[in-house]
Design a protein around this ligand. Structure first.
Ligand code: AP5
Ligand code: MG
Length: 213
């Protein structure tokens, strides 16, 4: 299966991606996670993209698209789940053309929808695992042991772009540059709308149900 998870910051893309990866045995490719790993390791790419992530701006398309294909061509054979890509019309066109060339079009684009005030609360309380990328929330989805990842046992951190000001900026960037992709994929006939403002398990079941139709 070849899927895209679309949704504003804090919609639950990463949370659902972990569950879908396990359920359908897909490669979970998160462009945000790849950028953060490069920043942590101070690679050339990491140095180039650090200021974009910390301010909540998008990394330029050219860099992002090249990185996506590098990863997809290495890991995409068994099926994939793109989390946070595409985010611009240019990225969506590049994905469409590249997949057509490889004769493996997308099966579905899952749009996780959540209203703005809920997003801000979620991101302010989010704690993430710098090792495996799992997401938790201090009150709504706490890890079993405070500050420790349930999946791999690493100490959890707060992302540097989860400050209120940067969150507002990320939401504004989403509205302007990424939200038009909802109409883009609707027109392609592969868009699935999912209400993301319900418990994590219910969101997951709604996605499963939509994928089996
Ligand atoms: P990225 O890492 O993709 O961040 P994002 O899109 O801002 O989304 P988040 O990861 O913040 O949210 P999420 O939807 O994954 O939610 P989560 O599951 O964690 O991108 C970061 C940056 O990288 C960008 O700003 C940009 O600079 C750059 N970048 C990345 N891709 C790019 C691209 N393609 N082009 C250019 N630049 C790019 O959940 C959030 C919180 O809510 C957690 O605490 C979680 O526990 C909780 N939660 C989840 N689901 C529920 C639920 N159902 N109920 C209650 N709480 C929930
Ligand atoms: Mg995420």
């Amino acid at each position: 299966m070849r899927l895209v998870l679309l949704g504003p910051p804090g919609a639950g893309k990463g949370t659902q991606a972990k569950m879908l990866e396990e359920r359908y045995h897909l490669s979970h490719i998160s462009t945000g996670d790849i950028f953060r790993a490069n920043i942590k390791n101070q690679t050339e790419l990491g140095k180039k993209v650090e200021s974009y992530l910390s301010s909540g701006q998008l990394v330029p398309d050219e860099l992002t698209i090249a990185m996506l294909w590098d990863r997809l061509d290495r890991e995409g054979d068994k099926g994939f789940l793109l989390d946070g890509f595409p985010r611009t019309l240019e990225q969506a066109d590049a994905l469409k053309a590249g997949l057509a060339k490889r004769a493996c079009p997308l099966d579905a684009v899952i749009s996780i929808e959540v209203e703005e005030k809920v997003l801000v609360k979620r991101l302010a309380g989010r704690r993430t695992c710098p090792q495996c990328g799992a997401s938790f929330h201090i009150t709504d989805q706490p890890p079993q042991k405070e500050g420790i990842c349930d999946v791999c046992g690493t100490s959890l951190i707060q992302r540097t772009d989860d400050t209120e000001e940067t969150v507002q900026n990320r939401i504004a960037v989403y509205r302007k540059q990424t939200e038009p992709l909802v109409a883009y994929y609707d027109k392609e006939g592969i868009l699935v709308h999912i209400n993301g403002d319900q418990p994590v398990e219910s969101v997951f079941h709604a996605i499963e149900e939509a994928l089996t139709v």
